[in-house]
Design a protein around this ligand. Structure first.
Ligand SMILES: *[C@@H]1O[C@H](CO)[C@@H](O)[C@H](O)[C@H]1NC(C)=O
Ligand SMILES: *[C@@H]1O[C@H](CO)[C@@H](O)[C@H](O)[C@H]1NC(C)=O
Ligand SMILES: *[C@@H]1O[C@H](CO)[C@@H](O)[C@H](O)[C@H]1NC(C)=O
Ligand SMILES: *[C@@H]1O[C@H](CO)[C@@H](O)[C@H](O)[C@H]1NC(C)=O
Ligand SMILES: *[C@@H]1O[C@H](CO)[C@@H](O)[C@H](O)[C@H]1NC(C)=O
Length: 378
């Protein structure tokens, strides 16, 4: 035998690492929210810039047909986030759902990769009571899609963490607020389960931190190397190293209480403001925004998931591409959240290239394959 055990072990190990490269991409893709406005660059330029930044998913609030069209032939998957104002007509009958699809989806699909539609956003912040319209609207739109033979666009609605959760601590005991849990969220979860869709939630550690200044800011900013930046779940004893995971697990616990523990979670908005207009908040600053976004991306790319869900969130959309036109529903006041300047240069250097299993995962898988390989060789 000319090859020693060690040499063949090493060879197989290296070979398996090579084979694994590019194939271990774990769930958890990272996207951006892009709100087109009169002050942002033309949508065609935006689509090509996003492509060159290797951003693979984009969420479009209130998407106009021209913006959806600008993503034709790009490989970027689109989440169309429809405003609450469409709920009454979509809930009224199938023909308005058909009409909506014929004007907003059919002309661009499948050249524009529309992967999901959120019907309504944070309906509990609306001045009118939309709760009885949500499910009928989703069902009408779902039947229209199916009758058009479109099975690959999933439907959901977007909630805001602070408006649906009773508390985030301890995450294992979190529940949705009553009475909306029983009246609206439970039937929605049944619909999501039935149609293989996901739970969409806007989740801002910034908001929870702003309301609870006893939380260390490093815990909200993924500064996991700081010795005191963790919180223990007092019921399960699990240690949490960042507030994002606490909030995700609170949602997962609340879904389990409502009878659905396996529905994927999509974080439709998260971010940190880089400045605030007027009096403003001293924690809304560029340095923190950069630390938050980089920490978030590193965390998602690590593939470690959360203590309650090892695969983590299914997708995360960072809020947002350009400073706006203020946020819908002014939960966080008038602040700037953009990661690009209007001339499309980056405010911070952020690496969006494909989220993949971290080196730890790759090496562990490589090692297992190497051992199997050696057993076969000998
Ligand atoms: C889109 O993705 C496909 C396969 O995933 C690839 O072959 C193609 O080159 C991509 N197109 C662009 C414009 O990146
Ligand atoms: C459907 O609803 C729309 C708007 O609510 C209304 O204009 C239209 O007449 C309705 N169509 C049918 C067939 O009921
Ligand atoms: C949901 O997904 C499962 C497994 O992938 C599949 O068998 C089922 O047909 C899907 N259901 C719908 C309604 O798409
Ligand atoms: C948010 O909106 C409410 C109601 O429209 C308004 O009273 C409040 O002043 C706004 N807050 C900010 C910070 O703009
Ligand atoms: C883009 O805009 C930013 C902010 O206004 C400015 O600092 C930067 O120099 C500009 N870059 C180019 C290439 O014009």
């Amino acid at each position: 035998m000319s090859l020693s055990l060690h040499t063949s072990l090493l060879l197989v190990f290296l070979l398996s690492l090579l084979l694994l490269r590019g194939t271990t991409s774990l769930p958890g893709s990272i996207g951006m929210t892009y709100t087109s406005s009169s002050s942002s660059p033309p949508p065609d330029h935006v689509a090509s810039t996003l492509q060159s930044l290797k951003i693979s998913a984009v969420r479009l609030p209130n998407p106009s047909p021209s913006v959806v069209r600008s993503f034709s032939y790009s490989n970027i998957s689109l989440l169309l986030s429809l405003p609450n104002s469409l709920l009454p007509s979509l809930a009224s009958n199938r023909s308005s759902a058909d009409l909506f699809l014929y004007t907003h989806v059919i002309p661009f699909y499948p050249r524009s990769h529309i992967s999901s539609i959120s019907l309504g956003s944070d309906i509990f912040s609306s001045s009118s009571d939309l709760s009885s319209l949500l499910l009928p609207a989703l069902r009408n739109l779902h039947s229209s899609l199916i009758s058009l033979g479109i099975h690959s666009i999933s439907l959901s609605t977007t909630f805001s963490f602070v408006n649906i959760m009773s508390t985030a601590f301890p995450p294992s005991s979190a529940e949705f607020n009553q009475p909306i849990s029983q009246l609206i969220i439970k039937p929605l979860l049944d619909f999501l389960d039935e149609t293989n869709s996901s739970f969409f939630v806007n989740l801002y550690p910034y908001s929870v931190y702003s309301l609870n200044h006893d939380i260390p800011i490093g815990f909200a900013l993924f500064e996991e190397q700081e010795p005191f930046n963790f919180r223990e779940d007092s019921v399960t004893g699990v240690k949490y190293r960042n507030l994002f995971d606490v909030m995700v697990d609170a949602v997962i616990s609340a879904m389990a209480v409502a009878g659905h523990e396996n529905i994927p979670v999509v974080v439709t908005e998260t971010g940190w403001p880089s400045s605030s207009n007027g009096a403003g908040d001293p924690d809304a600053r560029e340095g923190y925004a950069e630390i938050y976004i980089k920490g978030l991306i590193d965390h998602l790319k690590s593939g470690l998931g959360t203590p309650l869900r090892k695969e983590g969130v299914a997708q995360t959309y960072i809020y947002e591409l350009f400073d706006g036109d203020e946020k819908q529903g002014n939960e966080t006041g008038e602040q700037n959240w953009g990661i690009l300047f209007p001339n499309m240069t980056a405010k911070y250097h952020i690496d969006f290239s494909e989220a993949s299993g971290g080196p730890v995962v790759e090496i562990a898988i490589g090692f297992v394959l190497a051992v199997v390989g050696v057993l076969i060789l000998h």
